[in-house]
Design a binder for this molecule. Structure first.
Ligand code: HEM
Length: 181
């Protein structure tokens, strides 16, 4: 996984839970680099799992909840680094609908070695989006958090239903995203 996912995670934990928790989390995860990540480098996905597992034990918060909260926070951070990505959008549903056709392809230009998930758009109307997530990693909570972050960014409220009855260890899911209000 790209280093930016790790650098932002460490910062998120410092901000949300404090430096003490961040230090304990890094120590307990037995990381080779002791949490000193570089944005453009790549690190094993297992390291992310190790870090979030430790954070979950320290904070007694469910891992899925932690990853979703992190994703929501991450959205504005990464968009802040590449503002052109949101420039032509005014609303979250059309933006999320283009994750596979515009957003992640733009990310690929910046980071050719990024290992990105696939999304397949099923339908899009003014108030509802249905999109499938297909990945080699079980990161549906991150997808959900990024979608919530997109809604925050555009000043909207959304409700996300996740159907993973087609479940494959969290690597396949159908999201129904509804605009509220
Ligand atoms: C709501 C919109 C978005 C969704 C739902 C989404 C979803 C995801 C998910 C779930 C992953 C984790 C990898 C996986 O599951 O296999 C991921 C990775 C990533 N995404 Fe997105 N994303 C969104 C928008 C963005 C934006 C706006 C950016 C940058 C400006 C971005 C940059 C990245 C990067 C750099 C990675 C890491 C790739 C790697 O580790 O190699 N994403 N995205």
């Amino acid at each position: 996984m790209k280093g930016i996912i790790f650098t932002e995670l460490v910062e998120f934990v410092e901000e949300k839970f404090g430096f003490d928790v961040a230090d304990r989390m890094i120590e307990a995860s037995l990381l080779e680099n002791k949490g000193a990540y570089t944005q453009a480098a790549n690190y094993p996905f297992e390291e992310l799992v190790a870090i979030v597992t430790q954070l979950s034990q320290i904070t007694e918060i469910d891992m899925g909840v932690l990853i979703e909260t992190y994703g929501r926070h991450l959205f504005d951070r990464i968009v802040g680094l590449y503002p052109p990505i949101v420039a032509n959008f005014t609303s979250s549903l059309p933006f999320i609908a283009q994750v596979d056709t515009f957003i992640h392809p733009e990310v690929k230009k910046l980071y050719p070695d990024a290992d990105l998930p696939s999304f397949q758009l099923i339908s899009l109307s003014e108030r509802e989006l249905i999109i499938d997530y297909i990945s080699n990693k079980p990161l549906t909570p991150l997808a959900r958090g990024l979608m919530l972050g997109a809604a925050d960014h555009f000043g909207e409220m959304i409700e996300i239903l996740e159907d993973d009855t087609i479940h494959n260890a969290g690597q396949l899911a159908r999201f129904t995203v509804r605009l509220n209000g």
